[in-house]
Design a protein around this ligand. Structure first.
Ligand code: BEZ
Length: 436
């Protein structure tokens, strides 16, 4: 994973407060999202840069375009004034960098690039105000200087929504990753920090057993296919081998890196946040949609991404999937009130439920089946290590060890035998539908 730094731009009283001399109309609404992103960087002890403006009161260091109004109307961002300070909600803490800039770009004649390089940062995450000048200039310079750049679209603003939208489109078009706060944080979250090596070692079956779903998709020469939850790309490679072009999306940056290394075009993103419209001949998804609680939104976006008569082939957990594990987890949570309430992170629908959902979004079902698929495991603890994060991320290390040990003891009674070893009670919902 590339070392990542957060860059928050110009969130100063003189730009954010409603009565400030240079209020950016929509600056206030992004404060909660910036706080969330900032909290995440702080909790991971990743570098944070507060890049902000200072102008001498005589205007000698301000841009030409602003000089006249600065001198004749109200001055702003003058050092040692309250207006120049970063807003209280985002006040820098010890160890965070404050970088003064006099131009739009955070990189222009500042120490930002030097410090990032000294810290071995390769990727920057940008948010703040405002889109058309400082955000844009900093992002373009960041790209030019060789950084991977991510823009947090709803932690960044402009004077109007229209300006924001136009800039996001431009920034996307230069190849910069544009993510909402929710998608960015989920991707950063432990749940999605799957180590592809350990994932491959213990879960190679996930892709191996999904070849019938690729057959169901029936990819054809020259087709463009979206792989939702492409993981490390094994199935995307198989689909391309059959002649189609695949674009993968996945919430895990590590998985996307592996996927790209296999030559697949892929992006960090969530199916609930797709913006594709009539762009694909088919959508494929394996072992992913049970992670998406907002199934209606997922199916809606998949339908939107498909061309008319496009196909959707998927497989994921059906009602009753890994029932033994879910009930073991519930029991362990019940026994340990200090663990808090058990929250099931999975969506395992019945056949009827999913059929109704697909039809409500304009699909005609060609095939739908529930397939019980008892699946051998090396040890259930390895499965819990990889997949139980969504349930246990708030537990301490010690609590997590207790959780695994006690789940294993319960499950040994139900899904383990001397002859067969661990046999997990997977139940798949396999579907092929067509957009009407
Ligand atoms: C599944 O593939 O069915 C699955 C994987 C992880 C957690 C729950 C279910």
């Amino acid at each position: 994973m590339k070392k990542t730094a957060l860059i928050i731009i110009d969130m100063q009283n003189d730009f954010v407060l409603p009565t400030a001399p240079q209020t950016i109309a929509r600056a206030e609404i992004i404060v909660p999202n910036i706080q969330k992103v900032l909290a995440s960087f702080r909790s991971q002890e990743l570098p944070v840069f507060h890049v902000y403006r200072e102008y001498r009161a005589d205007g000698s260091d301000i841009e030409n375009t602003r000089l006249n109004t600065f001198l004749t109307e109200q001055k702003y961002c003058v050092p040692h004034t309250k207006g120049c300070e970063i807003i209280d909600e985002l006040r820098p803490i010890e160890g965070e960098y404050k970088i003064v800039k006099n131009r739009f770009s955070g990189f222009m004649q500042t120490e930002l690039d030097f410090i990032l390089r000294r810290l071995s940062v390769e990727k920057i995450v940008v948010c703040g105000i405002q889109y058309p000048n400082c955000i844009r200039a900093t992002i373009f310079d960041g790209v030019a200087l060789g950084y991977d750049v991510t823009l947090i679209t709803d932690a960044t603003e402009a004077q109007t929504e229209e300006i924001a939208k136009a800039n996001i489109l431009d920034i996307k078009n230069i190849g910069v990753e544009c993510l909402t706060t929710e998608v960015f944080l989920t991707a950063q979250n432990e749940t999605n920090k799957w180590n592809p090596n350990s994932y491959n070692k213990h879960t190679a079956f996930v892709s191996q057993l999904a070849l019938p779903v690729v057959d169901l998709l029936n990819p054809k020469q020259g087709e463009k296919i979206l792989d939702v939850g492409c993981g490390e790309g094994t199935l995307a490679v198989e689909i391309e081998r059959r002649g189609a072009k695949v674009i993968g999306v996945d919430m895990s940056a590590e998985m996307i890196e592996q996927c790209e290394a296999k030559g697949i075009e892929a992006y960090v993103g969530s199916v609930t946040d797709l913006s594709y419209e009539e762009a694909f001949d088919a959508v494929f998804s394996n072992a992913t949609l049970h992670w998406v609680k907002d199934a209606q939104n997922a199916v809606h976006n998949i339908a939107k991404a498909l061309k008319p008569h496009g196909r959707f082939a998927c497989e994921f957990g059906a009602k009753g999937n890994v029932h033994s594990v879910v009930s073991a987890m519930e029991k362990v949570f019940e026994k340990h009130p200090e663990f808090g309430a058990f929250e099931n992170p999975w969506y395992f629908p019945s056949m009827e439920e999913y059929r109704t959902l697909l039809e409500s979004e304009g699909f005609s079902i060609e095939y739908i089946e529930i397939i019980p698929r008892p699946t051998p495991m090396d040890d259930i603890v390895n499965w819990l290590d990889i997949f139980a994060n969504g349930v246990t991320k708030h537990l301490s290390k010690k609590q997590f060890e207790t959780f695994k040990e006690e789940c294993r003891a319960i499950l040994k009674e139900s899904i383990y035998s001397e002859d067969e070893g661990w046999l997990l009670d997977y139940k798949r919902l396999r579907v092929r539908a067509v957009k009407i």
